[in-house]
Write a protein that binds this ligand. Structure first.
Ligand code: ADP
Length: 307
């Protein structure tokens, strides 16, 4: 059975309810969102584990309970008695969502202090999945520790999947970000960028440029997502173009990219050809954007792994 380890930060999410000043508490984060969709889509066909660091407080316990309940493995998650989870709050103003974050001292920032802990989490796994946010929250030293552990995983036959998820606010300078992103991409077999961010921070003139840049750095498969626009894919077969599903009423694009990645990977893991995996990713994302929130149970119902 395929085992996937998703590495990153899961935060407490406070989402506003109708009565002003009231919120619903949940858990979310880019790599967690992907892990959640992967576990739902793959069921018994795969084992999905999450690797992060959390506190020893009751809220951290609650998050681990949530992951367990959603069939995501927590066995290797690190516990830090002096830290807790990061948190974000969603504000709604005239229908627009804005986000405030408290994550500067989150436990997840310590997830890569020990290469041994990462090696333990990856032992026996087939796929490691991480993102630009995973590396953005680490110190340079810990980032290098993570890169070394991933390199060893790759050398021993593991497959690495990376979503650059560019978040300049989490980096000291844009140069630090682009440098670290390309270092991470160099280790990765599959890279799943979003064109809008890439164009802004790498100066790519087209999605084809983005695909070529990552392919030239060694990625075997690059899928360039582009919101409602055409996706550009680079693989052994060269460049190809794929139309996403048409969505007439987009409600909330939160986790569009994260769910695309899960739909794509689930189909790829199930042995589907690349075209079908891309179609499956786009189909899931198209349903996710028609609901509010990151983790959309309804979007998964009836989803076929084949495109
Ligand atoms: P991110 O959420 O990382 O910014 P994108 O916005 O590029 O990612 O979207 C990821 C995928 O979600 C797209 O490739 C597409 O399949 C789907 N998607 C996003 N927005 C739309 C939309 N407005 N209409 C149809 N599909 C969409």
């Amino acid at each position: 059975m395929t085992r996937i380890v998703c590495i990153g930060e899961s935060m407490v999410e406070m989402a506003p309810l109708e009565t002003p000043g009231t919120y619903r508490m949940g858990f979310a984060g880019d790599t967690l969102n992907t892990a959640w969709y992967l576990a739902k889509l793959l069921g018994d066909r795969a084992r999905v584990d999450y690797f992060t660091a959390v506190g020893t407080d009751p809220v951290s316990d609650q998050m681990l309970d949530f992951l367990t309940q959603e069939a995501i493995g927590t066995a290797n998650i690190l516990r830090r008695s002096d830290r807790t989870l990061g948190l974000y709050m969603i504000q709604l103003q005239n229908g627009e969502r804005s986000f405030s974050y408290w994550r500067g001292q989150s436990a997840a920032r310590t997830l890569a202090q020990s290469g041994q802990d990462i090696a333990t989490a990856l032992r026996g796994a087939d796929i490691a999945y991480f993102s630009g946010i995973t590396i953005a929250i680490l110190s340079q030293h810990d980032r290098e520790t993570l890169m070394t552990a991933l390199e060893e995983f790759s050398t021993s036959g593991g497959e690495i999947v990376f979503d650059p998820n560019l978040r300049p606010k989490l980096w000291t300078t844009p140069q630090d970000m682009t440098q670290a992103i390309m270092d991470a991409a160099r280790l990765s077999d599959i890279v799943l960028p979003s064109y809008e961010d890439e164009a802004t921070w790498f100066g790519d003139q087209s999605p084809e440029d983005t695909a070529r840049r990552y392919a030239q750095h060694g990625a075997g498969i690059v899928v360039v997502k582009n919101g409602p626009g055409e996706m550009i894919v680079h693989s052994d077969a060269g460049l190809s173009r794929h139309q996403p599903e048409k969505v007439s009423a987009v409600i909330d694009t939160t986790a569009a990219g994260d769910s695309f990645n899960a739909g794509f990977l689930a189909s790829y893991i199930a042995g589907g050809p690349l075209d079908q995996a891309i179609a499956a990713g786009a189909r899931l994302a198209a349903r996710v954007v028609t609901y509010r929130g990151a983790l959309v149970e309804e979007a998964v119902l009836g989803h076929e792994l084949a495109g």
